[in-house]
Design a protein around this ligand. Structure first.
Ligand code: WT7
Length: 641
């Protein structure tokens, strides 16, 4: 495998090239792929309209690059080692040739069920090989896949299906997660009551759960796949045709359907996968992320397949059957490169170190993290106990929107520096700006992170909502792509991501909008209004506190709190459940009606006197009341324990 970046000199050379002549730089990378027809124009763009097009006029199919081109050289190489939830169940090994055949067969199934180029297909599935096959089968025939994380509630699923107007849904009867069995199809049936666009549902049998099938709509994967051919010609796609839509939370209540296109995404994910993970042809690579998130799309499906490497795909959770499961799987499959989340590390750190020390972990060469800032103690634990002080750690910063990793430490380039994402990848031109939009030049600066030039993996729009696309990313700081993150460039020029600067909160690595959670809470009939804020949590990074104004405070407040938590779980999913609910009489608001979250943050932190400038508050007395209510709440909780 080719690694362009092997030393600091390489990095500098690549980076310079990517800035001085971005088109030449990316055209050279793009030349390595199979194209039906090469592009006419490498890049046309402006960040005002905004419009971004890479490799215009190029024709290709990403699955020919993920599958067909490997068949001769590594058809019998294992593409995926699937490790089931239950360690006693047999794992499954799928070669590149087998994967190719499965994808072709299922692409034929999709065609038989009326799916054509440009149609949207939604997946709501556990981490089973059929999910990868489904995505690639869509890509094979030019259908747009939209994977919805199977931890979302039926309402959240329904909203996403309605937004894409998906015609077909692929799901499973149930799912295994640790000791739990989840009734996936029941959630689907509930969601589909509100989704008229769905004409067909294809169901994989994963558990022994008996389910009801709706005649005419629901069919079994097994039955459909029985009578189709082993080959399926890949549909020729334009470079800028949509490959997939993936939803992420936004500052308004409604999630954003992030759109990625065929060619640019492919070129960028491939380049970053190779140069960050340095996976050789003999290596076994494992990304533990769920495919319902962008990390799974880019670095468990497309990235590794484009490189033709062997990946582990894991169905279960890190603590089942015990807190040593990840380490057991690493030994079992001789994993060389392991990519996971800070939340998982922090959770596993709390268990007895014997859960780690029982395992050898000698195969490991490189470790990665993604999704949220990693605190120094978690970094050190990972470095010492998992990497045995000999594995380089890549703390990779990126977003659903960036398509692939954008800032990361690089092997043989960066020195280990906990908490730092370090270096912008070639092609990424970060700019730090202050609140007024002024560019902060030089080192030792801190502000908000923007990117000033397009890269091939960046989002092209928000599905069905170009106006929101412009508003969210290109309006606050005209001429730049705005990330929504705070960032520091230290005296050495190294980058450190400091966290979100907008109304989004990272909980266990999952991005959630305060407005999304507030909408869910406010829909409870006993609630007037609410404000949600994040506060530091030792394992999840952040936890959620909801300040809620009920119609009447007197009647059974504890019961109401439980109902509110249940409401959020029902409307969004268990990941969005508030950790604390505080019933209050009034929210601190400005004259223009904006909630002053800063004040709530301070109240929660135990502040009683110093609230900064409160002159814009409509009712300054509200602070006094909030302080009293917070103290009461605190006493109440302490009496309970
Ligand atoms: C947000 C994007 C990137 C794939 C998974 C999450 C935060 C991500 C890091 C990191 C500090 C990080 C940012 C970013 N984030 N990686 N290494 N250090 N923060 O994708 O759900 O779109 O979330 O995750 O706040 O904006 P996402």
């Amino acid at each position: 495998m080719k690694f362009e970046i092997n030393s600091y000199q390489d990095y500098q050379k690549e980076y310079q090239k990517s800035v001085i002549n971005p088109e030449g730089f990316w055209a050279e990378k793009a030349n390595e792929f199979i194209w039906r027809k090469k592009w006419n124009n490498v890049l046309s763009w402006n960040f005002t309209e905004p419009t971004i097009k890479w490799f215009e006029g190029g024709k290709l199919n990403i699955t020919e690059n993920c599958l067909d081109r490997h068949l001769q050289e590594r058809g019998n190489k294992i593409a995926y080692i699937w490790e089931p939830n239950n360690p006693n169940e047999k794992n499954i090994k799928i070669t590149y040739f087998e994967l190719y055949t499965k994808v072709c067969r299922f692409a034929n199934v999709l065609k038989n069920n009326g799916i054509k180029k440009g149609d949207r297909v939604c997946m709501y599935m556990p981490m089973i090989p059929e999910l990868v096959v489904s995505m690639l089968a869509c890509a094979r025939i030019g259908a747009i896949h939209s994977v919805v994380y199977a931890g979302f509630s039926s309402d959240a699923l329904a909203n996403r299906i309605q937004d894409t107007q998906s015609k077909l849904l692929i799901t499973s009867n149930g799912a295994y997660r640790g000791t739990k069995q989840i009734k996936i199809k029941t959630i689907v049936d509930e969601a589909l009551k509100k989704c008229e666009s769905i004409k067909k549902v294809i169901v994989v049998k994963r558990t022994d759960e008996n389910i009801s099938m709706l005649t005419g709509r629901d069919v079994l994967w097994k039955d459909e796949e029985a009578n189709v051919g082993d080959t399926c010609n890949a549909v020729e796609m334009d470079a800028e045709d949509i490959l997939f839509v993936l939803y992420t939370s936004g500052s308004t209540g409604k999630p954003k359907g992030i759109v990625h296109t065929c060619a640019g995404y492919m070129v960028y994910v491939d380049y970053t996968f190779r140069n960050i993970f340095h996976c050789s042809q003999q290596d076994v690579y494992w990304c533990s992320a769920d495919i319902g998130w962008i990390t799974g799309h880019s670095y468990l499906v497309y990235g590794p397949l484009l490189s033709g490497v062997t990946s582990v795909m894991f169905e279960g959770i890190p603590t089942y059957p015990d807190a040593g499961r990840y380490w057991e799987v690493i030994d079992k499959h001789n994993v060389n490169i392991f990519y996971t989340s800070p939340t998982a590390i922090r959770a596993l750190m709390t268990y007895d170190i014997d859960f780690v020390d029982k395992h050898q972990l000698t195969s490991l060469k490189l470790l990665g993290t993604v999704g949220e800032p990693i605190n120094e103690s978690a970094w050190k634990w990972y470095y010492k106990h998992i990497g045995k002080e000999k594995c380089f750690i890549v703390d990779t910063w990126w977003q659903t929107e960036t398509g692939g990793i954008a800032i990361s430490p690089l092997l043989n380039v960066s020195y280990p520096k906990p908490g730092y994402a370090m270096h912008p990848l070639p092609g990424i031109q970060p700019t730090i700006v202050d609140g007024t939009g002024k560019k902060l030049i030089g080192n030792e600066v801190q502000g908000q992170l923007c990117i000033k030039f397009p890269w091939p993996g960046m989002l092209r729009t928000i599905y069905n909502n170009p106006e929101r696309y412009k508003q969210t990313y290109f309006t606050d700081f005209p001429g730049f792509y705005f990330t929504g993150d705070g960032c520091k460039r230290d005296k050495n020029g190294d980058y450190r991501i400091t966290g979100r600067v907008d109304d989004l909160i990272k909980i266990s690595g999952h991005l959630l909008g305060t407005a999304e959670i507030e909408n869910a809470i406010n829909s409870h009939h006993k609630v007037v209004e609410s404000a949600v804020i994040g506060y530091p949590h030792p394992i999840k990074g952040n936890a959620i506190c909801a300040f809620v104004v009920p119609f009447k405070t007197s009647e059974n407040p504890e019961q109401l709190k439980l109902e509110i938590i249940e409401q959020v779980s029902h409307l969004i999913g268990p990941i969005a459940k508030p950790d604390k609910v505080q019933l209050i009489t009034e929210l601190p608001k400005t004259r223009s009606g904006k909630i002053m979250r800063r004040i709530l943050q301070k109240i929660l932190g135990g502040e009683t006197t110093h609230f900064g400038d409160t002159s814009t508050l409509i009712n300054p007395k509200v602070i006094e009341t909030l302080v009293k209510e917070n103290i009461k709440e605190f006493q109440l909780n302490n009496n309970q324990h």
